[in-house]
Write a protein that binds this ligand. Sequence first.
Ligand code: MG
Length: 392
Amino acid sequence: MKITAVETHVCHARMRNWVFVKVVTDQPGLYGWGEATLEWHTRSVVAAVEDIAPLIVGEDPRRIEHLWQMMFRQHFWHGHGVVRSTAISGIDIALWDLAGKTAGMPCSQFWGGPVRDAIRTYCHLGGGKMEDFYETADDDAKRFGELAKAAVADGFTAFKSMAVPPTMPIEGLTPVRRAEAAVAAMRDAVGDEIDIMVDCHARPSPAMGLKFGKALDRYGLYFFEEPCWPESVDGLAMINAALTTPVATGERVTRLEEFRDLFAARACEVCQLDITHCGGLTNARRIAALADAHRIALAPHNPQGPVSTAASLEFGFSQPGYIICETVHADVPWRDDVVSESYTVEREGRLVRPNTQPGLGIEINEAEVAKHPFEQELPQRVFYRDGAAGDW
Ligand SMILES: [Mg+2]
């Protein structure tokens, strides 16, 4: 069996361009689907897939580890820069889908699973509607409460909010009080049975992340996400040590060695590896083993498209330390036209039951994808009160 082509199919899904990767073989009808979505880097990733393809076209797609090593090591620059790492991830996911199809079993079964009966999922406030999640005003606690109620009415037992506003490296009480009011409104709206997460989007400095974390600790958040830059391992470790609330991070980390350093410093309790960025399922399995050695939980970052979700779920059915999966279901109304999935989601509780079809159990409808060609992503930029640039 040989790889004959590596294709990209770009699908504009409003906030993101989903980049689907199709690895085609010389066996009639046998191909695999992956995803390499990277916000504001769509053209770069598509080009990176083109650059990598000559390394693997003509090779046996069943030698996944060997191909991964070639893609990572054989163009002089190691493949951990986010563009190349995302391109490798998309191809690697497709290779695993192919491997499962060749073996005639779901990937999770291939990896010794399933290790659980169901996977719990959580949503963003608004379910993927970017205005609700990213643009709810930080002083509008009432709106946070309403959106929290809506998430629960939608069947979710856990949801994530962006209740922490952008701040300069040091600020006073106002943003902290606003974050507290928003979280209090959500807790009041849904009670203690529902799990609430707050994503700081790595906006705060370590000092501000600590202030926010301390103020929110008493609300019993399920986890507190990216309270400072992922590069600031000591900052994350300081915050994680100071809080009862578990710190989560990892969505912007691609290198195995960076994960090792985060875990060794106890910089988080929850690892949010992104399978479409961290080197695909091949590297995700290595990262999971490292996390397991530290008893750090896995909760993959997954706001992208449907192949990312299928890969994140298959992975979860094979990983004992996996606790929950991020999902987006209301980003575009035609999401279900683009993909058919073989796992099932129970409306009540939003639990996912395992896929029973080979590989990732998905099919992408290329004709539907073609209806949504590339468009430039909407700009999302942050400036502080004084005009200085901040983190989105
Ligand atoms: Mg995040």
